[in-house]
Write a protein that binds this ligand. Structure first.
Ligand code: NAD
Length: 292
């Protein structure tokens, strides 16, 4: 039968995800505090109204505080045995708090942040990293298949968020390492293309170098070839690095590279000219700086 989906948060990511669900035949009712129309979505007046009668309520919201507020509003409107599927990137703590609220009402809950960005959301090729019960994951799986190309069940509540922030902590650090190495290579008189040819096939390779090369005109097409228009904006990387540092503090984990990456992106976004640029624009930043 037709799946009834409530979709809360129809921004850059949520709108194309909801459109793909609608295209696949789901009946999607949506709510957003700012967006008033979205492809394939019947808009409701409130979050609770969008959630009422839904088999699954999906949230794609800016942060954990907003997620908690929305969850408190939609859970009472949802029927027992239905699923709350949060795809936002939020603190592990918020994910677990929302899972507790849901479970107290007999509602399944899965945290499933995504990787793949706006392009992946539009193409339906996102990767989902999911945390929650086996039953919750199984219920979400057909939707993951519509909106994405891969879903990993990482563990219990919060495990999806944990995987996401660990992944992005590595990504932030390797992007910085790749950019500072290019800047060093420049000053050593090493051609950028040669640098790419060596590193992309040597032990310094990473997704940052091989798939998203921060140097324009080199490697595969990336935001560097488009004036560093995001892509994945530096401020979103800053958000995710902040979440990983918050989590590290909460569990007393030593993450010096993550902490340094957070500080560099914080300066880039808040004190330099990084806001609105792709996170790989760290390369021109390093290339134009002197040693501190
Ligand atoms: P966005 O700001 O474009 O969308 C968020 C939407 O939520 C907005 O339309 C906003 O109006 C709406 N909203 C805010 N408060 C609300 C409320 N109380 N009720 C209903 N709607 C509300 O952000 P986005 O880029 O779509 O990102 C959404 C989430 O996905 C974030 O957690 C982000 O970290 C994560 N994410 C984004 C990307 C990316 O490349 N953009 C990639 C991976 C993960």
């Amino acid at each position: 039968q037709t799946r009834k989906i409530g979709f809360i948060g129809l921004g850059n990511m949520g709108a194309p995800m909801a459109a793909n669900l609608a295209k696949a035949g789901c009946a999607v009712t949506g709510f957003d505090t700012a967006v008033t129309a979205a492809e394939g979505v019947t808009m409701a007046e409130t979050a609770a109204a969008a959630a009422k009668g839904a088999d699954v309520v999906i949230t794609m919201l800016p942060n954990g505080q907003i997620l908690r507020a929305v969850a408190a509003e939609v859970l009472p409107a949802m029927a027992e045995g239905t699923l709350l599927l949060d795809c936002s990137t939020v603190e592990v703590e918020s994910a677990r708090a929302v899972a507790d609220l849901a479970s107290a009402r007999g509602i399944l809950c899965v945290d499933a942040p995504v990787s793949g960005g706006i392009g992946g959301a539009a193409a339906g090729t996102l990767t989902f990293m999911a945390g929650g019960s086996e039953a919750g994951f199984r219920t979400a799986e057909p939707l993951f298949e519509i909106m994405g190309q891969k879903a990993v069940h990482c563990g219990g509540p919060g495990a999806g968020q944990a995987a996401k922030i660990c992944n992005n902590m590595i990504l932030g650090a390797t992007m910085i390492a790749t950019c500072e190495a290019f800047a060093l290579a420049d000053k050593l008189g090493l051609d950028r293309q040669k640098m790419f040819d060596v590193v992309s096939t040597s032990s310094g390779y990473s997704w940052s170098m091989n798939a998203y090369c921060p140097a324009p005109g080199i490697g595969p097409q990336s935001p560097a070839d488009n004036g560093y228009q995001p892509g994945f904006a530096a401020e979103l990387m800053l958000k995710d690095l902040g979440l990983s540092q918050q989590a590290a503090e909460a569990v007393d984990a030593d993450t010096p590279m993550g902490a340094r990456a957070f500080e560099l992106y914080r300066r880039f976004v808040e004190e330099e000219d990084g806001r609105g640029k792709d996170f790989s624009a760290m390369l021109p930043r390093f290339a134009t700086r002197r040693r501190e």
